[in-house]
Write a protein that binds this ligand. Structure first.
Ligand SMILES: Cc1cc2nc3c(=O)[nH]c(=O)nc-3n(C[C@H](O)[C@H](O)[C@H](O)COP(=O)(O)O)c2cc1C
Length: 227
């Protein structure tokens, strides 16, 4: 499907037909998800393709049993987990190799640990950013645990969008969901306390009843400013 057509065709679908989604369709979309841009290439996303029938049922219940989850052929959970930072730190350094410029190496060996760990230093980081900011432009975040979660959530949301568009491009449908009991979802998936469930995306073939009306967006001049 043509790129803009895949964007246009994607709608949030709340009821699916019983048609199965071929696994190569899913694989292709999951690969596309992992190509999303992400903060410092730290890839602090984790994606759970929930395939097992009873787990799928449990996740659907944790999604308040909403139609989009209950009738889904497939469910994919997009997790942001800042605690996974070390995996990508080491992998990036290995990928860059010993010949990488020192500035790039210290980005991963010094700056990343400072941002992702040393939580006890959060107030110190805040002070440094804000005092420096009095004299020159400075990136003022992340300094707190919440900020680093936010960093991971942004990248994970981009992966989720890549996934939905790749499903759309292959003629199937999705619904992104944030209407779920995060604590229960984390328990079902056995996730750590710092992990955040960003979105659960259901996949299937749209039932005509699953499309709730015409697409509506605010007028362009309300949300788009050319300055
Ligand atoms: C972060 C996020 C969370 C959403 N959560 C839900 C949800 O829990 N249940 C649902 O039916 N739709 C959910 N939606 C779908 C939106 O309602 C939908 O995207 C919006 O109404 C625009 O419609 P469209 O996607 O068909 O263009 C969610 C969308 C996003 C981006």
């Amino acid at each position: 499907m043509e790129f803009f057509e895949a964007i246009r065709a994607r709608r949030s679908i709340r009821k699916y037909t019983p048609e199965a989604v071929p696994s190569d369709v899913m694989d292709k979309a999951l690969d596309a998800a992992l190509l999303a841009p992400n903060s410092s290439n730290m890839q602090t996303w984790r994606i759970y393709w929930v395939h097992e029938a009873s787990t799928k049922r449990d996740i659907a219940v944790a999604c308040m049993n909403q139609g989009a989850a209950r009738t889904a052929q497939e469910l994919v959970v997009f997790i942001a987990d800042p605690m996974t930072w070390k995996v990508a730190q080491e992998a990036n350094l290995k990928h860059l190799g010993p010949a990488a410029p020192n500035a790039v190496k210290s980005y991963y060996t010094k700056l990343m640990p400072l941002l992702y760990s040393w939580r006890i230093l959060a107030p110190v980081k805040w002070l440094i950013f804000n005092i420096t900011g009095l004299f020159r432009p400075v990136v003022r975040k992340p300094w707190s645990s919440r900020d680093i979660e936010e960093v991971a959530i942004k990248s994970t949301a981009l992966a989720a969008e890549n996934f939905m568009l790749a499903i759309s491009a292959q003629g199937f449908d999705t619904c992104p969901m944030e209407g779920f009991d995060e604590r229960r979802v984390k328990k079902i998936l056995g996730l750590g306390c710092r992990a955040r469930v960003v979105m659960i995306i259901s996949v299937g073939r749209r039932d005509p009843e699953g499309l709730w009306g015409e697409r509506f967006r605010l007028p362009k001049d309300v949300v788009l400013k050319k300055i």
